[in-house]
Design a protein around this ligand. Structure first.
Ligand code: GLA
Length: 377
């Protein structure tokens, strides 16, 4: 979608923005809820993005182009839900000693909000990047990503680092095989030749700061503390081997044991998926997606009926190789691996089936692995 950011900013500001940043959303091919466990994941940026532009101003204010509302720092009454990300990020940056001149900022785009496509991180990363340009801090992409990770935690999301690293470091056509213990990554082809990634958004929305996302993240922290009792000095849950993880299960409550098992198995699946992508093995990739969904649904408990319906549709359809719920869960999007020639037929079929079952249409589109954050003006 062509988002004519400058035109919209101009109508809002009455002049051209001084600078505009495009912060993309992300898909994740596999490796969900592994990042805050120091595990593996496989994100790629997508073409859908948030654009943030600013002009200098006597007083700071932030405007949502899509929602048609605004927020002034310090304003509590009628605070729009998106303001929490700006507020958290600015508070965090100030605590770190960073300063900047006042501005009027507007943001908007075609990235669905609360859909598991990382809209909150796109806002936070976009703000950090924009302020880096505006205040001439001249941080590296690594530094900006690290600041954005902390800034989003300050906004109340007990999250990992996958989204922010992907948004700052993604490359067109590539996925990032990301190791969240060592915070290192390598690139590999995001697309299997002859196939494409289709996203089907349930349109069921979550708001991470008050969803069960934080509960899962905190549960995993407790599990990690139990693991430390057995294996002092380990940097994360994800470094445990098969024997160690069996020992750990024995001292955990049944639900925590299931969470730990999920993380262990999901990490192994990501590495298999990286192999499948490298070798162009679509059937194997599809099987891994379905297994990942089962883990998220049964062991980790973060799916929802609408996403299960879409994944079951893929499981039964001859046109799909596999699918799974993607992102934090509790609604949002599902990711489907489809033979390129079947994209249109599959999109139509899944849209109709979902509409017949739930009464509304899912948002279905092909996800194109895209570049990371860019200054576009
Ligand atoms: C959200 C978080 C990420 C990650 C995913 C689940 O997108 O922001 O850090 O935990 O959920 O994989």
């Amino acid at each position: 979608m062509d988002f004519s950011a400058t035109k919209i900013f101009r109508s809002l500001f009455g002049r051209d923005p001084l600078m505009v940043v495009r912060a993309p959303g992300r898909m994740n091919l596999l490796g969900e809820h592994t990042d805050y466990n120091g595990g593996w994941c496989l994100p790629a940026a997508i073409q859908h993005s948030v654009y943030l532009g600013l002009v200098p101003s006597a007083e700071t204010s932030v405007w949502s182009i899509d929602q048609g509302n605004s927020w002034i720092p310090g304003q509590r009454k009628d605070r729009p839900s998106w303001a929490i990300y700006f507020e958290g990020a600015m508070a965090f940056l100030r605590e770190r000693g960073m300063t900047w001149p006042a501005f009027r900022l507007a943001f908007g785009g075609d990235l669905p909000v609360g859909a598991g496509l990382s809209s909150s991180s796109a806002i936070t990363c976009g703000l950090v990047s924009l302020l880096d340009h505006y205040a001439s801090w001249e941080f590296s992409a690594e530094q900006c990503a690290a600041l954005a990770v902390e800034a989003e935690r300050r906004a109340g999301v007990a999250g990992g680092m996958m989204d922010q690293l992907c948004i700052f470091h993604a490359c067109r056509d590539m996925a990032m095989l990301l190791d969240c213990t060592t915070v290192s990554y390598s690139y590999l082809p995001a697309v299997i030749p002859g196939h494409g990634w289709l996203i089907a958004d349930t349109r069921v929305r979550h708001h991470l700061p008050d969803s069960d996302y934080n509960k899962r993240s905190l549960a995993c922290r407790e599990i990690f503390y139990r693991a430390l009792e057995l294996f002092p000095g380990i940097p994360s849950l994800s470094v445990l081997d098969e024997g160690q993880i069996q020992e750990l299960y024995a001292i955990l409550t049944p639900p925590h044991s299931e969470y730990a098992r999920y993380v262990f198995e999901e990490n192994a699946r990501v590495l298999e998926m990286a192999g499948a992508l490298g070798e162009g093995e679509a059937l194997k990739a599809g099987t891994l997606l379905l297994a990942g969904h089962e883990g998220l649904r049964r062991q980790f408990g973060v799916s929802c009926p609408e996403a299960d319906f879409l994944v079951n549709h893929a499981r039964r359809s001859e046109l799909a190789l596999g699918a799974r719920i993607m992102g934090a869960g509790f609604g949002g999007c599902t990711l489907h691996l489809i033979n390129s020639r079947d994209m249109d037929a599959y999109s139509r079929g899944i849209t109709n089936a979902f509409k017949n079952r739930f009464g509304w249409e899912p948002h279905v589109f092909e996800a194109v692995p895209s570049d990371g954050i860019q200054r576009v003006q």
